[in-house]
Design a protein around this ligand. Structure first.
Ligand SMILES: Nc1ncnc2c1ncn2[C@@H]1O[C@H](COP(=O)(O)OP(=O)(O)O)[C@@H](O)[C@H]1O
Ligand SMILES: O=C(O)C1=C[C@@H](OP(=O)(O)O)[C@@H](O)[C@H](O)C1
Ligand SMILES: [Mg+2]
Length: 160
């Protein structure tokens, strides 16, 4: 069975997926392989809609992978992607947190500078967070609150 991890940027999807299975698939890494450049460069050159198209194409190839898949935070933005996540027999695990904790992590993460962080003020990013919250809930088969929890404890909760 495919297990998708969903949630806003900084919620720990990539970190937790890596602990769940070393052969996990990170959608962003697959996208980077396909586009041949960092996501931030692709955003700058071709814009967000082009990125979303690539993201959807990659999601389609992964629905029946049977792997642990960490998605990008924006995967739920499109109705088509939400349909793929909801209709597949996959488990969809939502790593949920509050905006201020997520923002602090995104800001501190110098190894992965997210284009949406560069393009938006904190207030504008919070608007995006608010608009996506209900979408994560909509497709999730399980929600794990990640606030104040270390990755290992989150893994334990997922495996319960
Ligand atoms: N449970 C956690 N507690 C503290 N820091 C975390 C936790 N999970 C992830 N992080 C840190 O937060 C940042 C974003 O994590 P990442 O796994 O890339 O999130 P995502 O893939 O959801 O954007 C990284 O610097 C990571 O080390
Ligand atoms: O929330 C988003 O729209 C994005 C989240 C990123 O992934 P993470 O959620 O793993 O940071 C990455 O896909 C891209 O920068 C866009
Ligand atoms: Mg990630």
């Amino acid at each position: 069975m495919t297990i998708f991890l969903i949630g806003f940027m900084g919620s720990g999807k990539s970190t937790v997926a890596n602990l769940l299975a070393t052969d996990f698939i990170d959608m962003d890494a697959v996208i980077v392989d396909n586009i041949g450049m960092p996501i931030s460069v692709y955003f700058e050159r071709y814009g967000e809609p082009a990125f979303r198209q690539v993201e959807s194409d990659v999601l389609k190839t992964l629905a029946s992978s049977g792997q642990i898949v960490s998605t990008g935070g924006g995967v739920v933005s499109s109705k088509e992607n939400r349909r793929i996540l909801s209709e597949s027999t996959s488990q969809v695990i939502y790593l949920k947190s509050n905006f201020s904790d997520l923002y602090a992590r995104i800001m501190a993460d110098k190894e992965n500078v997210r284009p949406l962080f560069l393009e938006h003020t904190k207030e504008a990013l919070e608007v995006i967070y608010e608009s996506r919250k209900a979408l994560y809930e909509m497709v999730a088969t399980k929600t794990v609150l990640v606030t104040d929890k270390c990755p290992e404890d989150i893994v334990k909760e997922i495996q319960l």
